[in-house]
Write a protein that binds this ligand. Structure first.
Ligand code: ADP
Ligand code: ADP
Length: 229
């Protein structure tokens, strides 16, 4: 479920400067494909096209064979979960932040998601913010803890498709490894598109796509790419 296919995708923000010049690859259902490449290569643009923040100018993107241009943004958002580089929290409890977008979720479900993401002890707390000014003490979450909130939100949503957009790149090495381990659990058996700038962070991906100058410069497993270097 949730197989993604990029076929001959072209995109430019400015017609004079094409960003993607005919990108084709698949993310088979339940598999993890990582897109790596230097900053500015167009990696995030691929995820924005999948999410339909923008539409492709040539080529197609399909999910389970259906062109995303025939799908509303609302329904795309219901099947795609996203863990961004920096999670911005609302000034409300961690539980509220985890439940965000899923008003129907029960307290038990929110607690279970928080525990699975190892942020359980914090769920009644408020992140640092305006509530702190009205007398309640805000809790200053570290970058890794904020990513755990995003992971808990994703566990609760349980989308068939996951986009991890530099989800660990703002963290120090040790925290990065912990959060990566949590993300590996969440992405198991989900169709996952990972965006990263370093090959070393996507060792376990089923396939790695190296983007350079708007085209796929190389592709293969981590082992295959290392052997070719
Ligand atoms: P990456 O994720 O690989 O770092 P992006 O997909 O974010 O790259 O961006 C690719 C290129 O497109 C960059 O040169 C960036 O400056 C440019 N770009 C990104 N977003 C916009 C935008 N909204 N308008 C114009 N140019 C953009
Ligand atoms: P979702 O169903 O994934 O929650 P939404 O439409 O509610 O989708 O949210 C759109 C995007 O905003 C998603 O990528 C989601 O991860 C992100 N988002 C959700 N909560 C927050 C938040 N507290 N701050 C910033 N972005 C958020």
């Amino acid at each position: 479920d949730g197989a993604i296919s990029f076929k001959d995708v072209h995109f430019a923000y400015d017609p004079a400067r094409p960003i993607l010049k005919g990108i084709s690859f698949d993310v088979p259902a339940g598999k993890t494909v990582a897109v790596v490449g230097p900053s500015g290569a167009g990696k995030s643009t691929l995820s924005r096209l999948l999410y339909r923040f923008y539409d492709v100018q040539q080529g197609t993107i399909t999910i389970d064979g259906q062109d995303v241009r025939d799908v509303t943004q609302k329904s795309l958002r219901s099947v795609i979960g996203m863990v961004p580089q920096d999670t911005v929290l609302f000034n409300d409890t961690i539980a509220y932040n985890i439940r965000y977008g899923r008003p129907g979720a029960s307290d038990e479900e929110v607690t279970a998601a928080a525990e699975a993401a190892q942020i359980g002890p914090f769920i009644r707390h408020l992140p640092e913010g305006f509530k702190a000014m009205v007398g309640e003490r805000g809790l200053k979450l570290s970058g890794g803890e904020k990513q755990r909130v995003a992971i808990a939100r994703t566990i609760l949503k349980s989308p068939p498709i996951l986009i991890l957009d530099e989800a660990t790149s703002a963290l120090d090495t040790r925290t990065e490894q912990e959060i990566q381990a949590a993300l590996d659990v969440v992405s198991k058996n989900r169709t996952t598109l990972v965006i990263a700038h370093r090959l070393s962070t996507v060792i376990s991906a089923d396939e790695i796509i190296v983007l350079k100058d708007g085209v796929i410069a190389e592709r293969g497993t981590h082992g295959e790419l290392m052997q070719r270097e």
